[in-house]
Design a protein around this ligand. Structure first.
Ligand SMILES: C[S@@+](CC[C@H](N)C(=O)[O-])C[C@H]1O[C@@H](n2cnc3c(N)ncnc32)[C@H](O)[C@@H]1O
Length: 218
């Protein structure tokens, strides 16, 4: 893969836009499916939960949260207009019943009242935040005291081996993420580590693993 393509792909992963953004959004549904499953397994949505996802992409997996329990409310925030439109199309029936709502918003300024959300999760987004303490403090603000936060990323070694990450991705080790969470008001309860099938990228085989940071707002 040439450098120009990798740069374009990096930009699309950061904030999908146009025809390529639509395609990238669809591809992420396949490449990140397990990360989503792992995260929802930890989140354990319960009746009457109000759940916020930041950076839901095209919202393909929202049905897995809301379909079986109509008392659950899901909010999705994304700063990509394209992803809001795609997610709206895919989840029209849940929007009509009022169970799902989307917000064109950035994680550094969430359109919610303080202490109004039970659970927040975000998958594959923190790599793009220049000063993640700002976004994490904002997430802490909207969570109820004792509310749960799930931060899901690919492991440091995985990220270091994916060529696209050299173009503007911030890569974290566990200690740095724990420290960031602790200094923004969270207690890290557990870091779940999951192995995934190897990934092929430009003819190279990459070992893939995912970390889910399970934290509580204190
Ligand atoms: C790499 S995609 C990940 C999509 C999905 N969570 C997944 O893992 O398949 C990153 C998504 O987060 C959104 N995003 C990144 N930073 C954001 C921010 N600061 N505020 C809101 N949305 C953000 C992007 O627009 C994009 O839809």
């Amino acid at each position: 893969m040439d450098k120009d393509f990798l740069q374009q792909l990096a930009q699309q992963l950061r904030k999908p836009d146009g025809d390529m953004g639509k395609k990238v959004g669809e591809n992420m549904n396949a490449s990140n499916a397990l990360m989503n499953t792992f995260t929802l397994n930890e989140l354990k949505a319960q009746s009457n939960d109000c759940i916020l996802e930041i950076g839901m992409g095209n919202g393909f997996f929202i049905k897995d949260i809301v379909a079986n329990d109509h008392s659950i409310t899901y909010y999705g925030c994304d700063y990509s207009e394209l992803m809001i439109n795609e997610a709206t199309t895919l989840n029209q029936s849940y929007i009509e019943t009022g169970q799902v709502k989307f917000f064109l918003a950035s994680a550094n300024q969430l359109p919610f009242l303080a202490h109004s959300i039970d659970k927040v999760f975000t998958i594959n987004t923190i790599y793009f935040w220049s000063n993640p303490s700002v976004e994490l403090t904002e997430i802490h603000r909207v969570l109820k005291p004792g509310g749960q936060f799930f931060l899901t990323v690919r492991s440091k070694s995985t990220m270091e081996n994916i060529p696209v990450t050299q173009f503007g991705f911030k890569i974290y080790d566990q200690a740095l993420l724990k420290d960031l969470l602790q200094t923004t008001g969270f207690m890290v309860k557990q870091v779940v580590e999951k192995e995934e099938p190897d990934m092929e990228f430009s003819g190279n085989t990459i070992k893939v693993s995912t970390w889910i940071f399970c934290a509580e707002a204190i």
